[in-house]
Design a protein. Sequence first.
Length: 76
Amino acid sequence: MNTIHFRWTIRDGVLEGSIRTSVGRRPHGRFVWDGYVARGARGSGVLRRYSGRAIAIAGDTPISAPNRSRIILSQD
């Protein structure tokens, strides 16, 4: 498990926190990763409603295009 710290800024607010995530290599040339946002996430403005909520994150990254990812966010 790794920890990634993030800060998502939009015109009307900010959401920041950390994600505990793991990455695994899968067949067909891709990496798959998943994790969860710690409940300590803080939001301001329109993103304040996400403060303290559990949010799961998942995605995959093709080995042929490591700068691109498909990201899925969901509420726990």
